[in-house]
Design a protein around this ligand. Structure first.
Ligand SMILES: CNc1nc2cc3c(=O)[nH]c(N)nc3c(CCO)c2[nH]1
Ligand SMILES: [Zn+2]
Length: 373
């Protein structure tokens, strides 16, 4: 393909959108949910299993991969696609968020952040230039700007200072990014929960110009109502012809509400992390598969799901695997949860294309109300 990663809008239904991302590693239909593959693997899943869920784009993390196995090593070995044997597009986060939430001893300054590895205590430094270089070595189709996710809650003064630093880093990220056909750099809007700061951030990013725009600084403890309130004014500030990516979101109900407000792309650890802890996201709500009530339940985990866990096994078997701490337990539940999230976004996309988004959203949510059997 010629030119940078691009986005084409196929339909809108109210605020909701259906479109296509055109990337160096293929097309991706939106709304899209990207399974998190933090350290170069979607935990407990082979690449074939991830693909069989319908997922076409996954997320990787600069922070984890720079510490282990190392960015230059991943580059020498042919990049993340080669290592993972993943043919679809990969989006990598830029490291700032993970440093603040994971690393030991860290020192932020106007130029970047110095921190200690949570793995072996070794010292590292990330600047916008180094983060962009690492993401290039990883061969990410979508590179994220190096930013600071403003902690929540923040005063307007704290949020303004943090956002303005991220906007300086966004300009330096753009400068450092090496353009390649089908690859793109996304800016990340900050400004916490304050409308004027969100507007200032959107203006700064639009003036620099990016292939996509992320909404950062949310899903940090503000709660769903506050997140939706902020999205109501933040999303329309972003260019209508570029993809909007809400970072770190979320539950199925978060995703429906954010799609309603014009968000196109999502990533979240919920389906993978909760799968490993025995929680299943199903058409009838969330089931805790450790629960004794499933010991003799020969029925399917989710009667509406076509994944191996739901078509070839029973709730009783899955409960046994989780209780016995068998590896197959997290594998089957992760597989199912990722499949559930892919089915959700595919249903939302189909509904938007047919102008029946609200009906579909209501039908999906109605089933959650029925108490889990
Ligand atoms: C779980 N909630 C969440 N909020 C986020 C907010 C940000 C953010 O503001 N900036 C960057 N670079 N990443 C973020 C990430 C990691 C993406 O999964 C977030 N994840
Ligand atoms: Zn299933």
């Amino acid at each position: 393909m010629n030119g940078p990663l691009s986005f084409s809008l196929a339909a809108t239904d109210g605020g909701a959108r259906a479109g296509t991302l055109h990337t160096a590693h293929g097309e991706v239909q939106t709304p899209v949910f990207m399974p998190v593959g933090t350290a170069g693997t979607v935990k407990a899943m082979t690449a074939d299993a991830v693909r069989s869920t319908g997922a076409r784009m996954v997320l990787g993390n600069t922070y984890h991969l720079m510490l282990r196995p190392g960015a230059e090593r991943v580059g020498r070995l042919g990049g993340l696609h080669r290592l993972m044997d993943w043919q679809g597009p990969i989006l990598t986060d830029s490291g700032g968020f993970q440093v603040m939430s994971l690393a030991g001893l860290r020192k932020m300054d106007a130029d970047g952040v110095t921190f200690q590895s949570h793995i072996d205590g070794s010292k590292h430094r990330l600047t916008p230039e180094r983060s962009i270089e690492i993401q290039h070595l990883l061969d990410a189709d979508v590179t994220m700007c190096f930013d600071e996710c403003t902690p929540f809650p923040a005063t307007p003064e704290e949020a303004a200072k943090s956002m303005r630093l991220s906007m300086k880093w966004a300009a330096r990220s753009r400068e450092a990014f090496v353009a390649r056909d089908g690859y793109g750099l996304f800016g990340i809007q900050q400004g916490s929960v304050f409308e004027e700061l969100r507007a200032e951030s959107a203006r700064a990013l639009t003036n620099i110009g990016f292939e996509g725009y992320a909404i950062g600084g949310l899903a940090v403890g503000e709660g769903q109502a506050e997140m939706f309130r902020v999205l109501d004014f933040s999303v329309p500030m972003l260019p209508v012809d570029k993809p909007r990516y809400l970072m770190g979101v979320g539950t199925p109900s978060d995703i429906i509400g954010a799609v309603r407000r014009g968000v196109d792309m999502f990533d979240c650890v919920i389906p993978t992390r909760s799968g490993r802890t025995g929680r299943a996201y199903t058409s009838r709500g969330v089931l805790n598969m450790r629960n004794a009530r499933y010991a003799d339940d020969a029925s399917s985990l989710d009667p509406e799901c076509d994944c191996p866990a739901c078509t070839r096994h029973s709730r009783a078997y899955i409960q046994h695997l989780i209780r016995a701490e068998e590896m197959l337990g997290p594998m089957l539940l992760t597989w199912h949860n990722i499949r559930y999230y892919q089915t959700l976004t595919a249903r939302l996309r189909a509904a938007i294309l047919e102008g029946r988004f609200e009906d579909e959203a209501a039908a999906i949510a109605a089933h959650w109300e029925t108490p889990a059997p």
